[in-house]
Write a protein that binds this ligand. Structure first.
Ligand code: HEM
Length: 479
């Protein structure tokens, strides 16, 4: 019998060794050096990815009961730590603000920044340039600055009046507020007007973030995200051109004009592609979250008619019924402000917000956390911490008031807009918007269950990064 040449046998050995080596590289668990936080080791290749499910906060809460307030996870090949208490979150994003200032390199983040995570402001890697850009954004969205307040006061009443009209059109009959489109567009239209004096009719972690090789087989999610980014880019490219041609440097009309002036004077070396991504980020950043809060708010007020009555009494006392409430009026309505905080806490539309990454080796709660580690936040657990929120599942706006009836913002117990270097850039605007929408609606209507109903049929939330209440029906009885 003919024997195989010896080089053939050695070739087999080399291939087998290579396969074993590649297999080892793929399958070996992530190495955490030093004194890492405790945590489950998870499965080879995927780590704890499939345990996350559609509601990662449930898995996080269960895991924290076993491992404590800070635990580690492997998600695919990514190293992750999860902060489950206010103290650990504050240590990371306030005390170690400069360390946990990065956004991780995730494919979905890269897609949302048009393929380059140096562009835009929201999913953008930490850099001097990101800081300069976000500084401009913060100023453009801060209603404490007179110019911004003036623009905001010119736009908001129009959008809110149109929302009130749409609700009035339901004529006291049963309807689902999700269907009254203005609940969404009132939010995005105000942003659009501040950005580029126009309204625009119109993101999250995907599986590819944890298993990047899946991007070789683009899924429907990825294609949808790419199509959305392309549409927005087309829209914003046209707007940039239009604004450039009509720009008057001595009198900027909006934020886009301000960016173009910065570009032309060389104060900020920002490209058109970057401007596109900034506009895109801002248009998408607050739209879903603010809308979800309003939808949660209406549901919670129907379930808590006493709170609704108290709010209406406050609105009647400060504004009366002869004119629409303004932002200025809302500053004199502490109970309304406290109710909005409680809506954000109990509705909890973003239970796992603000993904961060460590810029260098560091520690968290005394454990070693290597550079590049992703930090996730279990906000749902922080918002129901018994030590800070007694009877946490009770909807009780008065927990945000002191003995004199003044608002005590919950930011020392719960950071609903994040904190530190990557704090939400639109938080003041978002709060003002939500407060004024609520004030206008409650001045004109009392929200109730449909006739004959004693409770909502469906109470719960959708899945996803931003959670909406499930569809529900109410009546808006004119007052
Ligand atoms: C109720 C509404 C909103 C909520 C609950 C919310 C919440 C958040 C949270 C939790 C973060 C992450 C912060 C962190 O990493 O520490 C964030 C970031 C951000 N938000 Fe908001 N937001 C809202 C509305 C808005 C609006 C209206 C805008 C602008 C128009 C906006 C612009 C941004 C931007 C640009 C960032 C990224 C900041 C950075 O990475 O430097 N947000 N927001």
């Amino acid at each position: 019998m003919e024997t195989l040449p010896s080089w053939f046998a050695s070739m087999h050995l080399v291939i087998a060794a290579l396969v074993l080596f590649v297999g080892y590289l793929l399958l070996r668990p992530n190495r955490w050096r030093g004194n890492p936080p405790p945590g489950p080791s998870g499965w080879p290749v995927v780590g704890s990815m499939f345990e996350l499910g559609n509601r990662p906060e449930i898995f996080f809460t269960k895991t924290s009961e076993r491992y404590g307030d800070v635990f580690r996870l492997n998600l695919g090949r990514k190293r992750v730590v999860v902060a489950n208490s206010y103290e650990t979150l504050a240590e990371a994003i306030v005390e170690k603000a400069r360390v946990f200032a990065d956004r991780p390199q995730l494919l979905s983040f890269k897609l949302q920044e048009g393929g380059d995570q140096t562009l835009g402001v929201q999913f953008t890697r930490a850099s001097e340039m990101q800081r300069k850009k976000i500084k401009l954004v913060r100023a453009a969205f801060n209603p404490a600055i007179p110019d911004v307040a003036e623009r905001f006061d010119a736009v908001l009443p129009i959008e809110v009046a149109s929302l009130v009209q749409d609700v009035a059109r339901e004529d006291g009959g049963p309807f689902d507020p999700h269907d009254v489109i203005e609940f969404c567009s009132a939010m995005s239209n105000v942003t659009g007007m501040l950005l580029y004096s126009k309204t625009l009719e119109l993101g999250s972690c995907l599986l590819i973030d944890w298993l990047p090789w899946l991007s070789w087989f683009p899924s429907a999610d990825v294609r949808e995200l790419q199509a959305l980014v392309r549409t927005m880019t087309g829209w914003h490219t046209d707007l940039i051109e239009e604004h450039r041609q009509t720009l008057n440097e001595s009198s900027p009309r909006d934020f886009l004009d301000q960016l173009l002036i910065q570009q032309q004077t060389g104060k900020l070396m920002v490209s058109d592609a970057d401007i596109c991504r900034i506009l895109d980020d801002l248009q998408s950043a607050g739209f879903n979250t603010a809308t979800a809060n309003i939808l949660w708010g209406i549901q919670l007020l129907v379930q808590n008619p006493d709170v609704q009555k108290k709010l209406q009494a406050e609105i009647d006392e400060v504004v009366g019924s002869g004119r629409a409430p303004t932002t200025k009026d809302c500053r004199n309505m502490p109970y309304l402000e406290a109710t909005l905080w409680e809506i954000q806490r109990v509705g909890m539309p973003v239970p796992v917000p603000g993904v961060r990454a460590a810029l260098r080796d560091t520690t968290l709660s005394g454990y070693d956390v290597p550079k590049g580690t992703i930090m996730l936040v279990n906000q749902a657990k922080i918002a129901t911490d018994l030590a800070n929120f007694p009877q946490p599942h009770r909807f009780d706006p008065s927990r945000h008031l002191d003995e004199n009836g003044s608002v005590v913002t919950p930011e020392k117990k719960l950071m609903l807009f994040g904190n530190g270097l990557r704090i939400c850039a639109g938080r003041h605007l978002a709060r003002d918007q939500m407060v004024i929408v609520m004030a206008n609606l409650l001045q004109r209507f009392t929200f109730r269950l449909p006739d004959g109903a004693t409770a909502f049929d469906n109470v719960g939330s959708t899945d996803g990064l931003v959670r909406f209440p499930l569809p529900y029906k109410i009546r808006a009885i004119p007052r």
